[in-house]
Structure formats: C-alpha cells, structure tokens
Design a protein around this ligand. Structure first.
Ligand SMILES: CC(C)(COP(=O)(O)OP(=O)(O)OC[C@H]1O[C@@H](n2cnc3c(N)ncnc32)[C@H](O)[C@@H]1OP(=O)(O)O)[C@@H](O)C(=O)NCCC(=O)NCCS
Length: 199
C-alpha cells in the first residue's frame, strides 16, 4: 500500500533540503533495514531501542508488516556556474512503523519511530493511520501497544489518536521503566481521546 501525505500544510525541513519536504508511505524493502535500525537507535534510549536481531525478528514475524515514510524533497547541492541553486531529487527515510495482525482479530503496534528533525509534521500520524487501515482491512477489530510511562510525546500522540489506557506493566523495559498498555477499537470511527487517566 502506498499513501501520500495529504491535508497537512506543514512539512519537515531537513538539513540540506530546499525548503520543506513532502513525504509518502510505502512498504518496507530489505535494503531499508540498516536505516530503520539507525532511526530506532536515535528514537529510543539504550535499554528500550532494539538490537539488530530484535528489529529483524519483529519485521520478519508472521503477520507483521512494516511501512516506511520517505521524503519527496529535492536536496540542494550548491550553485551552478551561472549562479543558480542546483537541487536534485533525493529521498530520506523519515520514519517507520512495524505492526502485526495477531489471531482473534487483534492488531499490535510493535514500534513507531520518526526522526527528531521530522517530528510534529504529521509523519507519525500518517504512519499510524495507514497501519490501522491495514489492520482493519485484514479484519482486526482492535489494536493495542505498549509505551513507556514517561514517554510524554508518545502518550500525547496516542491520546490524539483515540487510544485508551488498559493497564500498566511494572518494569516492562530492561531499563526498569514501567509500560502502559493502550488500546483502540478500530471499528468505532472518530472516537474521542480517552487518555484522561494519564494526566
Ligand atoms: C511519537 C512519535 C512517533 C510522533 O511522531 P510525529 O511525526 O511527531 O507525530 P505527529 O506530527 O503526527 O503528531 C500528531 C499529534 O500528536 C501529538 N504529539 C506528537 N508529539 C508530541 C509531543 N512531543 N508533545 C506533545 N504532543 C505531541 C500532538 O497532538 C500532535 O499534533 P500537533 O503537532 O498538531 O500538535 C515521535 O515523537 C517519535 O518517533 N518518538 C520517538 C519514538 C517513540 O516514542 N515512539 C512511540 C512509542 S512506541
């Protein structure tokens, strides 16, 4: 599935890029792996970020799929002899999501990672919505995920997307931090945010 960014006026501004860049979503390709692993290292602290083996196992797991957000900008190379700015089409991987469809109609968001420079431009929202659409298409009625109790950005992000708190798992992460398990009913549309318990 490929979906392009739409309905959002802001776009990421990355170093070396000529103004903002748009982005599109596409399915994972094997050659993406090293880039995705590096993004995961940048997005999560030690103890929460995945080893290469872990990330590879999640991406290959039965029922799992990975979507990649890629910029559609033009990279500025410098000036031509006649003083014009030279730019060539160039793509940068901005983020990705790994999700899986389990048995009994339940989906699971394994991870969602957006590069720091590309945050707050709607990339995470597009990735999450595309993964939810795909889970719905394969008959998942609900989706759940775990995130660290102290990950304020993620909690605000999931709240905006209508996730609700189901439980806390003490010391879920290897650095000793607790996780919250959040869930969303994929069949109810336009559900209001329900994370008031987390305030
Ligand atoms: C969580 C994450 C995926 C969000 O990605 P993103 O591309 O910045 O998300 P969006 O731009 O689509 O944000 C949508 C909304 O979520 C909320 N939100 C996102 N980041 C937020 C932050 N740092 N603080 C407060 N609210 C935030 C806002 O309501 C935002 O809408 P707005 O920008 O119009 O105010 C990104 O911050 C990230 O990769 N973090 C590191 C990895 C991680 O923690 N993953 C989630 C746990 S698995």
């Amino acid at each position: 599935m490929a979906r392009s960014s739409e309905g959002r006026s802001r776009s990421p501004k990355l170093p070396g890029y000529n103004g903002g860049v748009g982005f599109t979503l596409r399915d994972f390709r094997r050659e993406d792996f090293d880039t995705l692993w590096r993004i995961d290292q940048e997005c999560f602290p030690a103890g929460i970020s995945y080893s290469q083996l872990e990330l590879a196992a999640y991406i290959r797991r039965w029922g799992s799929f990975t979507l990649v957000a890629e910029s559609t900008g033009r990279k500025v190379n410098g000036m031509s002899r006649d003083g014009r700015r030279e730019a060539e089409p160039s793509t940068v991987t901005l983020g990705f999501i790994v999700a899986e469809a389990g048995r009994r109609g339940t989906g699971h968001i394994i991870t969602i990672d957006v590069l720091p420079a590309a945050r707050r431009f709607g990339v995470g929202s597009k990735l999450l919505s595309a993964a939810e659409d795909r889970l719905r298409a394969i008959k998942c009625r609900r989706v759940f995920l775990e995130t660290a109790v102290d990950n304020q950005a993620a909690l605000a992000f999931y709240k905006k997307h209508g996730y609700s708190l189901t439980k806390t798992i003490p010391r879920y992460y290897s650095n000793g931090v607790d996780a919250v398990v959040l869930q969303k009913d994929l069949l109810s549309q336009g559900e209001p945010a329900k994370l008031h318990q987390l305030r």
